[in-house]
Design a protein around this ligand. Structure first.
Ligand code: ATP
Ligand code: MG
Length: 713
């Protein structure tokens, strides 16, 4: 394993603890040993760990090259690397779990396996499809994708084919095929993969873990090399990743974890916030810090975020804290409803254009959606307005022809001794680097001014991003040579971490985790998209809610939330806005007006989720139509029933005289927080409120997940 000497630039930043608030400082400045930061979005978790690394290195507790920081997406790992470099820490590893495992496996493989070569299997769909065909399972792409996802879940959960049927039954997994059959598919796929000497992404974790666990010399060398571990976004750790982390630690406890259980968005893939929430049980001496100050977003965005997550249920919700916005006031979040997706995209593009015109940098704007297929409408609408954009998630930057050519040219230049080595100091090695890179790139088509629009503009943006990276390196690093720059490019290419390409970011909500922009557009917020159609259990809906929360909390200042009623122009407007917007869209918003109410007379009761008229008495009581999914808090319902039983006994009346079943269900579903919310529930009049209101509200408020958490001191 290459042993890059760790370098700290003392001039880069004063004391790394100086730019932190007291709680952040407590975590960052804690002595070596277990540290857990459990906090909401934008509270500075990532900032805390980067400053902690800088502090430990600066204070001489550990050398930078003994630090391994891991996270979950290539983008987030890149963000960690960038922030560390800005703090003057060089040589610390910041990678995704998979990238770290890949690197270690390549290094240790000859020792543990010998010279049998292997290759990485990028996508398992084809191999799973072939295995499905031999087992008479359907081979349509959607089915195979689901089955491949299930195999991934099993591997991430450390469940082998033999155990799969039992575990799948216990966990209520259902992919529409008998578990025995799925297990057979899993076994067949594994065999086919091994026969071809292929490793899939899940294998990287499993094999690396095995290498460290089972080979003493590997473990010794690894543990000598890495001594300090940091995990960002720890709420999304899978059992396979946790096992690898444990193997790395080998019983040591120099581990800092940070996360937010309310941002758990990969449970469907086997991730669980449990290790985060149970951290102190495992390390009773851990330093635990909770952060509440939100440094990222305006108070208006923070208020909305608090309301979104305030509606969450389940164990992760137990760890939530109310965020307190620290930034100056900003505009209220904007809500808009559109007839169809095209109109929505056009309106968003127009608003983006307006923001850019008013001085917001295009790179500080993001359009976030639930599924990648939604991207296209926005690519089109932004192109029509000549607004540059970058699509995240695909990360195909380094595969682009002009980038490959430019890199080849830069590599050639770096190989020439007079350009590749470090220029003398003084006039600035960085200046020298930027000059050489500009010369090389101008031969590849980088002009001083950007061409307008289309493919030429996109090519130009790519080359310009390479030059920006050189400027960035020159400004932040001591030895900014061309060779060093090319090495950085190679590293980014292998980590799929493209440089910032000036333009509006188009990304999925999943890919946006950990990132932030001045202006964020959350689009396509219709039921069936957010939450996604196939989220059909309470847990799945909660995960979708957390994903929505991740989206809301990406915005610093401008936040726009929009949805459309039909997919394409002229189609029937059968969509409804996302149920997560319930209670968020202001009452005086045009989209909040009761649809279909005409003329005078008493307002007809309508579904509070979709706005459709309510016809049956039960629906009227619940305040929602039968087509909209129930959102009853079953624990609360049980407690309400218990309360009603006791009250009825005291009053010596049948329970329904206190409240009917339908009314109790409606309370458990709507969770009123004050008397006005209570009285708005059908079946509860002024008399009932007067007699029972206080008690009912107390039962609602006593919800155990307000205080259910095992972390904290
Ligand atoms: P997420 O949960 O979304 O990953 P996070 O908790 O990791 O969020 P950071 O990204 O570290 O939050 O911080 C959010 C923003 O607030 C960043 O721009 C960061 O620089 C800034 N910030 C954090 N702490 C402070 C502080 N003490 N003073 C000033 N700015 C801060
Ligand atoms: Mg973060």
């Amino acid at each position: 394993m290459p042993n890059v000497a760790g370098v700290v630039r003392p001039d880069r930043e004063r004391d790394p603890l100086a730019g932190l608030d007291p709680e952040q400082r407590a975590a960052a400045g804690a002595p070596r040993g277990p540290v857990c930061v459990l906090a909401g979005a934008g509270t500075g978790k990532t900032r805390t760990i980067t400053h902690r690394i800088a502090h430990l290195v600066r204070a001489g507790h550990v050398s930078a090259n003994q630090v391994l920081a891991v996270t979950f997406t290539a983008r987030a790992a890149g963000e960690l690397r960038d922030r560390l470099r800005r703090l003057g820490v060089e040589g610390a590893q910041a990678r995704t779990f998979h990238a770290a495992a890949l690197r270690q496996l390549r290094y240790f493989w000859p020792r543990v396996v010998g010279d049998t070569p292997w290759e990485l299997l990028d996508h398992k769909i084809r191999l799973v499809g072939r295995a499905a065909a031999t087992l008479d399972l359907p081979t349509e792409v959607e089915v195979v994708r689901d089955l491949a996802g299930e195999i991934e879940w099993a591997k991430a959960s450390l469940v082998g084919p033999e155990d799969y049927p039992a575990v799948a039954a216990r966990r209520g997994r259902d992919v529409g095929h008998p578990a025995e059959k799925v297990a057979e598919l899993y076994r067949t796929y594994e065999r086919a993969k091994n026969d071809r000497r292929l490793l899939d992404f899940d294998d990287l974790l499993l094999h690396t873990t095995a290498a460290v666990e089972e080979h003493r010399s590997v473990a010794d060398e690894f543990r000598e090399r890495y001594r300090c571990f940091v995990v960002d976004e720890y709420q999304d750790v899978t059992p396979a990743q946790q096992r690898l982390l444990d193997a790395w630690l080998g019983g040591r406890d120099d581990v800092t974890v940070v996360g937010d259980a309310n941002q758990t968005i990969y449970s469907f893939g086997g991730a669980s916030p449990r290790p985060l929430l149970d951290f102190t049980r495992r390390y009773p001496d851990a330093t635990v810090v909770r952060l509440e100050r939100d440094y990222r977003s305006s108070p208006q965005v923070v208020a909305l975020a608090n309301r979104v997550i305030g509606a969450a249920r389940g164990r992760p919700a137990g760890s939530r804290l109310t965020l307190v916005g620290q930034r100056p006031d900003g505009p209220e979040p904007a809500f808009s409803e559109h007839p169809d997706e095209e109109a929505e995209a056009a309106a968003v593009a127009a608003r983006v254009d307006e923001l850019i015109g008013a001085g917001t940098d295009a790179g500080e704007i993001a359009v976030l959606f639930r599924v990648n297929a939604q991207s296209e409408a926005y690519e089109k609408a932004l192109s029509e307005r000549d607004v540059p954009y970058v699509v995240r998630g695909g990360e195909r930057f380094f595969a682009r022809t002009e980038i490959r050519r430019a890199m080849a040219a830069l590599r050639t230049a770096a190989a020439r001794p007079e350009e590749g080595s470090a220029p003398a100091s003084g006039a600035g090695e960085g200046d020298g680097l930027v000059r050489v890179v500009r010369e090389v790139l101008s031969r590849e088509g980088l002009t001083a001014r950007a061409p307008s629009g289309g493919a030429a503009r996109e090519r130009w943006n790519g080359l310009r991003a390479l030059l920006d990276l050189a400027e960035d390196l020159a400004a932040t690093s001591d030895n900014a040579t061309l060779a060093r720059y090319v090495a950085e490019l190679e590293q980014r290419a292998s980590a799929q971490h493209p440089p910032e390409v000036g333009g509006v970011t188009l990304a999925s909500l999943h890919a946006a985790k950990g990132l932030e922009w001045d202006a964020v557009f959350l689009v396509g917020l219709a039921d069936g998209t957010v939450p996604i159609q196939h989220a059909d259990t309470d847990e799945a809906i909660e995960e979708e809610r957390r994903l929505f929360y991740v989206g809301v909390t990406r915005a610093r200042e401008h936040l726009s939330l929009s949805w459309s009623l039909a997919r394409t122009p002229g189609r029937r407007a059968h969509r409804r806005r996302s149920r997560f917007l319930q209670g968020l869209v202001p009452d005086d918003h045009p989209a909040s007006r009761v649809r279909g109410r005409r003329g005078g007379g008493a307002p007809k009761p309508v579904c509070r989720v979709c706005g459709a008229p309510l016809l049956s008495t039960m629906d009227v009581k619940l305040g929602r139509c039968g087509r909209c999914p129930a959102d009853v808090d079953t624990d609360l319902l049980a407690r309400l029933q218990e309360w009603r039983r006791e009250r009825a006994r005291e009053l010596n009346v049948p329970p329904f005289v206190v409240f009917t079943d339908a009314t109790l269900s409606a309370i458990a579903e709507q969770r009123p927080t004050d008397e006005s919310a209570l009285v708005s529930i059908a079946g509860i009049g002024a008399t009932k409120v007067e007699r029972f209101g206080g008690e009912v509200l107390a039962v609602v408020r006593s919800s155990p997940d307000q205080g259910d958490t095992s972390v904290g001191r």
